[in-house]
Design a protein around this ligand. Sequence first.
Ligand code: ADP
Ligand code: ZN
Length: 610
Amino acid sequence: MSANPRAILHDVFGFPDFRGRQAEIVEHVTAGGSGLVLMPTGGGKSLCYQVPALCRPGLGVVVSPLIALMEDQVAALRQQGVPAAALHSGLDEEERRNVQRELANGTLKLLYVSPERLALEGTADRLARRELALFAVDEAHCISAWGHNFRPEYRMLSMLAERFPEVPRVALTATADARTVDDIRERLSLTDAPVFRGSFDRPNIRIEVAPRDSAIAQIAAFMDEADDGRGAGIIYCPSRAETERTAARLRRDGYDALHYHAGMDAADRRAAEKRFSSGDPVVMAATIAFGMGIDRPDVRWVAHLALPSGPESWYQEIGRAGRDGAPARALLLYGAEDIAVARRRIAESPAADTQKRLDHERLDRLVAIVESATCRRRLLLRCFGDDLEEDCGNCDACLRPARLVDATEAARKLLSAVHRTGGRFGLGHVVDVLRGKDTEKVTSFGHDKLTVFGIGRDVAEGAWRNIARHLLARGALEMASDTNLPIYQATEAARPILRGEQPVMLQEAALREAARATRRPRSARAAPAIATGFGGQPEAAAFEALRAWRKEEATHQAVPAYVIFPDRTLADIAAQKPRTLDDLASVHGVGASKLDRYGLDVLRVLREAG
Ligand code: ADP
Ligand code: ZN
């Protein structure tokens, strides 16, 4: 009765092998088993339910939280020749009737549905009349208040087990913390079902962390280095206003930059999403509202302008880079304010104390990673229960090992200056006092008479900021909680440092004034045609010709470019130069349906490109 998973993988999706634990999961679900799948973003969760749904008789129902995500997945499946549809509140009357007709005919193999739709009695009744292959609950952490993305409408999914006890349930998420996992299993009645935990490592993403200095210049330098002008990237910004400002700044510098946040109206948001999935090398400056539902596999880099809320959200956000497995990069910029503001926000939030403790823990784990002088990926993966046996070799700490130097003396001077000035000032003033500057503020408070006045002339201002950030990260400094001004105060944890009982070791580079990132204008970016990873000119020419053809095709069909072929497949085609349909069929990512639709076109484009 059932088709063979490997044959489906090859014929429909055009992939030679399953990845990681996919094979095991697919086999289990195809045989009718339920389970929970934990894999990082970009780990390949979709195939874990798509292949079994195609192998089993009946309809596979996929619960998904976002309309954009559903639409893109459906578009991708249709390209692969799979009869799929989506049912959600964004459909007009006619579209909805069409889907319901297909559903009644029994012609559909996969139906994506929003939890609200599924909750409607009519929908569940209609499904109950069909033979069902499985239920897949995507982004399953949305069911848990412990997760970082709780959606109350997910709660009703508890009814699936009661109402459809015979139908296998597969829950999938990239959130792996124990509480969230327990909660998902409980609520979806999966406590007796196996948990498939894939490796969380995404070794192709280079991870870099740097103190924020001149953010836009740092980001521009990073972009130019990261994507040789061909790939798309995302800049996560701490506020809506910041997304607009950042995009405008970058446009002035000649970048193709857009902004995105939840305050935009739905049509503008959708237009920005469409533009991003067009296959063009656009830069998206966005709040965290952008991302879940962005399936574009060739995002080449993700940058953060400020500290995320914890390692989980950070990893999920940078996981959007390099889903295609090709080299990708992540850069996190942060400053002392980020840590202080985050601590204060948690302290002042109306949440319950247990929740606050968890939030503080989350933040502390992240701060430990960003302040670390050793392999960041090891620390990060430990948050997901993965232990790397060796340092990763692909993070800034591994690539540019820091020389640590003893900064205890300077740290003591800074703590003394904070203390002597009464714990009532921002960092700028404290540094002025240390560096012996005669500002009006300094003289009016009589701070030029203090013993600490001018004792830190030998240390540059940027270095003082780095020392302050380190002290803040270790909790020896804090921001005053009773005011909105960024006032620094010393804490109990400062005492052992002041007494000389605890050394303060800092990266050597942090003690030199942070070198200003130099910005290259857009025109200086590498010409797209000679991109890295290509053997030579003819190959690059073929790749560009294929991309131009794909863009036209995608626009014509109004689908994201990558659902036609991802960059990676186009690059393989350009490299292998197939001359026949048979040759083309063996390229990674070329399944039977796409061979049928595009094979002759692709061969023509290749011939014409020489
Ligand atoms: P997730 O949902 O876990 O974030 P996806 O299911 O979107 O990840 O898969 C990420 C990318 O990896 C997609 O571009 C997908 O086509 C690709 N992929 C997944 N499994 C395989 C495989 N076995 N072989 C090749 N590519 C794969
Ligand atoms: Zn490393």
